[in-house]
Write a protein that binds this ligand. Sequence first.
Ligand SMILES: N[C@@H](CCC(=O)N[C@@H](CS)C(=O)NCC(=O)O)C(=O)O
Length: 183
Amino acid sequence: MLGLPFAYRETPPALRGTPAFLAMSPLGQVPVLQDGEAVIPDSAAILVYLAKRYDADGPWLPNAAGPAAAVQRWLSIAAGELWHGPGTARALAIWGLPHGADPVRARAIAGRLLAFMEGHLATRPFLAAGRPTVADLACYTYTAHAPEGGLALEPYPAVRAWLARVEALPGFVPMARSPVPAA
Ligand SMILES: N[C@@H](CCC(=O)N[C@@H](CS)C(=O)NCC(=O)O)C(=O)O
């Protein structure tokens, strides 16, 4: 969305345990960004890096204390409630992973989060500011794909309107859809 050239490299599970990959991502996780000498694992860290490096005076990551904290709050939610709720419900439905994760707990976390997001977005167009920031990009995917974990978005019209606003941003490319499980 910054108009930067990039090449996408598949990293299948077998590759993630190799010394070369672990040197880039010590936890063996994707995604990882390689930008010249810079190697950045973690999706939120990648968003922060790209905004600071290539959009320093732009809108994606505000500098002022209050707006920066608002963005960080949603980056934390993306790695916290959003992953442990809708993200985990989806991963359990599609792959049966993570091993030992509790689907009831995931649904409870998701329900609480989506209700909070619905109220939050009822009075604002984007999560952290009056315009899109990296917070919206960090939170979009697991929210949009919640139905793949058996979580309906119909009860959350403000969340659905926000998803549509993110999808309409210039250059936005969504993740491929997976089947929605039968109710
Ligand atoms: N907080 C990290 C989580 C990354 C993560 O959990 N990646 C998963 C795929 S979505 C992974 O690589 N799992 C493989 C593994 O942990 O072995 C981020 O947002 O990048």
